[in-house]
Design a protein around this ligand. Sequence first.
Ligand SMILES: NC(=O)c1ccc[n+]([C@@H]2O[C@H](COP(=O)([O-])OP(=O)(O)OC[C@H]3O[C@@H](n4cnc5c(N)ncnc54)[C@H](OP(=O)(O)O)[C@@H]3O)[C@@H](O)[C@H]2O)c1
Length: 289
Amino acid sequence: MIRLNIIGAGRVGKTLGLLWRRAEVANIQDVLCRSDESAQAATNCIGAGTPVTAWSELRPADVHLLAVPDDALPATGEKLAETIDLAGSIVFHTSGWLSSDDLSAARENGAFAASVHPIKGFPEPRSAADSFRGTWCAIEGQSEAVGVLRPAFEAIGAQLVDLETDRKPLYHTATIMACNYVVALAALAQKSLVASGIPDDRAMEMLIPLMRNTVDNLEHLGPVHALTGPVVRGDGTTVAAHLVALSKWDASVAHTYADLATHLIDIAAEQGTSPESLDRVEAALKSSS
Ligand SMILES: NC(=O)c1ccc[n+]([C@@H]2O[C@H](COP(=O)([O-])OP(=O)(O)OC[C@H]3O[C@@H](n4cnc5c(N)ncnc54)[C@H](OP(=O)(O)O)[C@@H]3O)[C@@H](O)[C@H]2O)c1
């Protein structure tokens, strides 16, 4: 079993600790938080580990997971490297856009560095642990670290995909668009429905089946064939009417609608909408800008 220290045990630290404890992949050793209260809460949640608040109490381990907020990661790596001898151990974090290069202090101190980013939201540790199986995780870093972390993640049901270290920021934008931007679009659609006279408490309820069906279509058909609606039909008049209505209500939403429509035009072209039809949509977009 891997002897694991967890430094920063919030949502991700607790979830991974709990999963590895349950799967008997890791022996959870020290769990370092900034307060007694949160260190104790973390070890209670994981069901193992010694709660620690002082860096001087941290013991050497096979693997150190740094699960602190992204902004605190480089400094936390430096602190770890100052505190204990890391020769031959593995240090990794779970940030989406930072990489193993952001653990240079630990590497200089003899550690092998990596990052493993789970493409999943972790709102609450127990439910996140229960639904973790099948989660895609992007992994990059030194081969010695990847060689240990890959089987440790696979043992808790992760699906691993290799990533180039210098591509992490671009990779992370994809996960943010598929998650956070969908939330932004859903919220705009909800507000727009309410502005059109639909009761507030009904609006999201009406949108969810449509959104779920769209995700199902994306899964089964891919984006090119999942696309329906006025752009792929070449209904320029409809697009123009939408932009007039949105501009009267909220000009910034009209801009977002028009910006995204330009990407829909590319998808519609791939689906086979004629250039003449797409010209009508483009003309509607130009006349509104
Ligand atoms: N949450 C997600 O959905 C998710 C998904 C994928 C990846 N990630 C990544 O996972 C990492 C951890 O995220 P999280 O959501 O688990 O964060 P979190 O719930 O906010 O937990 C962060 C932990 O770090 C500690 N901490 C906060 N500020 C610190 C500082 N300045 N110095 C040292 N420790 C500090 C907290 O300390 P105390 O307990 O001591 O207050 C807490 O234990 C991040 O790199 C994030 O990008 C998160």
